[in-house]
Structure formats: structure tokens, C-alpha cells
Design a protein around this ligand. Sequence first.
Ligand code: FES
Length: 93
Amino acid sequence: MNADDIVICRCEEVTREEIRAWIDRGYRRFDELKRILRIGMGPCQGRGCRDIVLRELSRATGEPMDAICPGTIRPPVKPVKLGLLSRGGETPK
Ligand code: FES
């Protein structure tokens, strides 16, 4: 297996090669990559891929990781079953 074939975002099945290709095209922010590739939009809401993508951005731009914007994180930050929402947040008995 080629290292570029590694799947970085497992939820959306996005490989490192795809991420690097879009970074090379000039997309240098997490939110830009998110809109194009759907990284961070899967069921885990980016918990599985955000740090790896930020590391790729850091590598490409030469900026330290803590200087890279982690993107917009919107609620719900954890998957919530629709049934729970329809009961007004009451937990089942
Ligand atoms: S691994 Fe990327 S959104 Fe879940």
C-alpha cells in the first residue's frame, strides 16, 4: 500500500493523497478542505481526522500546529439520536 492511499478521514473515506492534492491547489484552511472533501463532517464530527489534517496543513505551510485554525466546530459535537431530540432531551426510562 502506498502511504498516500492511507485513509485520513474514515467517515468520508478521504485519503492523504486527496488532502495533499487540494492543499497543493491552494486550499490552506481546514474549513476550505472541509467544504470540498467533507472531512470532519462524518458521524465522528472530525474527532478521527481533524488533528491529522491539521498536521498535513502544518507540514504544507510550515506553520506550527497551534497556529493553524482548527475550523468551525458546530454542535452537536457528539452524534445524538433523533429519538432523544424528539423527546425534548429526556432520557428513556
Ligand atoms: S474521521 Fe473524518 S469525520 Fe470522522
